[in-house]
Each structure stands twice: as C-alpha cells, then as structure tokens.
Ligand binder design. Structure first.
Ligand code: SF4
Length: 361
C-alpha cells in the first residue's frame, strides 16, 4: 500500500467515525491548547467535563492568566500530574506578557512556551494554522507500529526518531490538522491497546501486525519502567479553633516531591508498613507533635494509590488534640476550618479519604 493511500484511508475513516467533541468546534489555538493539555492527562469522556469547566471559568487566555494559581490547581484536581496545571497557568501568563494575549500558532514559537513540546506544538500549529507538523502520541505509535510492523522500541531515541520521520512522511500536507486528528482518533477508537476489532478494520488488508499475529506485541518497549512503593502515614489532626469551630491541620506541599503546591495533612513516610505505636516512637513524630497530648479516634484501612512510577500505600490516623499554639508544628503546617476544606486543591488520594469519611462541608 502507498503511503498516501494509508493516510487517505485514515482520513476517510475519520470523516465517517469521528466523535463530536466540544473543542472540535473551533480552531482557536487557546482552545486547542487547553484541550490537548487536559487530554494528555485523562480519557476523552472525563476530559470533556474538565474542558467545559475550564473554558466556562476562563474563556480566554487573558482570564486564565489573571487567575490565582490555587484556583487553577483546584480546577485541575483529580487529573493528577500537577506540574501540567502549573505549566498551563505559567504559559497563559507568558502569552499575555510576551504575545499581547494572542496565542501563538507557529510551531517553533509554541515550543518556547512552558510545557509545550513537539507533540503539543504540532497539534496546535496544524489544527489552528494548517502548518505541516505531524503529531506522534501514544495512539500514533500504536497505529504505525502495528500497521507497518515496526519493532523498534518507542521509548528510545532511535525509536522515537524513526516514528517521527515516518509520521512526517505520512502527513497530508494539504490538510495536516485534519490528518493529525484522524490518526489519533483512529488509535483511540479503532486500533485500541487491547483486543482491537481487526476484522472490522478498514486497514486490515495491509496491516503487518494483523497478518503476523503481532497485534498484542506492538508497540514494543525496551524496558518496563521501575515502580517504587511508598508508605505514607497521615495524621488527620482535629482541634477546636479559637472561634469554637472545628479545625484541621493541613500541610502545604512545598518540598521537591510529588504533588508540589497541593495540600495534604502532616505525614510521616516510612520504609514499610508500620504500626501506630512504632510511629509514635519515631523521631519524626517527636519533631511533628513534640509532647502534645492526643487522642487516637480512628485508623483507616490502607488506601492504595497508583501514580505513574510510584505506588502509594497510605493510612490515615484521625487524632484529636486540645488547642495548641500554631508554631508547635513545622512551618508548612497550619490550622484551617474543617468546613473550608473544599477550597483547597488536594491530590486525588486525599480527596478520596475526605469523601469516603464524609468530611467535606
Ligand atoms: S488491523 Fe487491527 S492492528 Fe491493524 S490497524 Fe486495524 S485495528 Fe490496528
């Protein structure tokens, strides 16, 4: 099959099968960018709700630039990988400061913006300005590796370069934005990761992986990324506020670690699962609580939370203390009203604990 036949078949398939998605109504680079950043984090069905909420609150790049970072993180809550949300905000500010609020559409200019790499720059420049730059994302790797039978690992430099140059060759230069969307949609709906319906596939006849029984082997990766287990022991410390209402101690995560800029509770990380007694004997407990008298109300079951390369095992200890001076705790820990917890951006794990225990509101 000719390269152009492959590309035309993909576009024909797209014309008949594409989903009506809110961001497809527009070629505004701000809208394309917003949707791309959200979709790098989540599935389309969940992404639609986030996209609509973002656009309703911040309909222009100027309005997003003027937002408070905490509001942006709160809106992003549940998507994970919060550096993307911070980059989103930083980029909006940069567009206002350096480009008069006109979102760039040129590939090379886009790549100078924070958080915008080859993939996002290709998507925006092709969809918003018809520039001929081919996108290569997970969907594209899958479709190309299977159809052309490419067994080069997609997580190595030579593999990435090979796929990019093949994608560039396949790009339809008279309609690059439509072609880019078509091949990604083909990977998302037809050539899916597990058990694609090859019998109903318009590309079945020329597909190498289908002919050679390699569909479940491709794309090929050089090595599995190592996963790290971490054990978090959270202290959900409640007390009475000076005004008599219920208060909770929060921790603002400022360390170089996951969830930077978000909030959780004072926490002791251990090398393995541990008992509450062992926790109380630890140095970190003494640093955190000193000799503050407390009453342990409840210990939670273990919450397992999977991140890209880390598995978090978290236990939450609900503790009551009498009112104490704030400076008893380390500097990023502070007391806040329990009924104001829904104002803070939390990692998904903390959100789950608060929801499961009916603590919000
Ligand atoms: S035949 Fe199967 S593996 Fe090949 S492109 Fe179609 S869905 Fe993908």
């Amino acid at each position: 099959m000719q390269m152009t036949d492959f590309s035309k078949q993909i576009v024909d398939w797209f014309d008949k099968n594409k989903r009506e998605l809110p961001w497809r109504q527009s070629a505004d680079p701000y809208i394309v960018w917003l949707s791309e950043v959200i979709l790098q984090q989540t599935r389309v069905d969940q992404g639609i709700a986030y996209f609509n909420r973002f656009l309703e609150k911040w309909p222009t790049v100027d309005s997003l630039a003027a937002a408070d970072e905490q509001q942006v993180l709160k809106m992003w809550q549940g998507l994970g990988y919060y550096s993307r949300a911070r980059n989103l905000h930083a980029t909006a500010k940069e567009v206002v400061a350096s480009y008069n609020g006109l979102f760039p559409t040129d590939f090379n200019t886009l790549k100078k913006l924070k958080g915008i790499g080859d993939y996002t720059a290709a998507a925006i420049s092709s969809i918003a300005a018809n520039q001929a730059h081919a996108v290569v994302d997970g969907n594209v790797y899958r479709v190309l590796s299977r159809f052309f039978g490419i067994q080069l690992p997609i997580d190595t430099g030579p593999g990435k370069r090979h796929f990019q140059s093949l994608a560039d060759e396949l790009l339809l230069h008279d309609d690059p934005g439509n072609y880019n969307q078509a091949i990604m949609e083909f990977g998302a709906l037809q050539c899916v990761p597990a058990n694609p319906s090859c019998r109903q596939c318009v590309l079945q006849q020329g597909c190498f992986a289908h002919a050679h029984g390699l569909v479940d082997k491709l794309p090929f990766k050089s090595e599995k990324t190592r996963n790290r287990n971490r054990f978090f022991n959270y202290l959900f410390i409640e007390t009475t506020m000076p005004d008599g209402s219920r208060g909770v101690y929060l921790h603002h995560r400022k360390e170089k670690d996951i969830w930077h800029g978000l909030y959780d509770f004072p926490m002791i990380e251990t090398a393995a699962e541990t008992s509450f007694g062992a926790l109380c004997d630890s140095m970190k407990w003494r640093e955190l609580m000193d000799k503050t008298p407390f009453h342990l109300q409840q210990s939670s079951a273990v919450f397992k939370h999977q991140l890209t390369h880390q598995t978090i095992f978290a236990v939450f200890y609900r503790i009551q203390i009498k009112p104490v001076l704030n400076d008893l705790f380390e500097k990023n820990v502070f007391l806040t009203h329990r009924n104001k917890l829904d104002k803070y951006p939390f990692p998904r794990l903390i959100d789950r604990f608060l929801i499961d225990n009916g603590i919000y509101g």
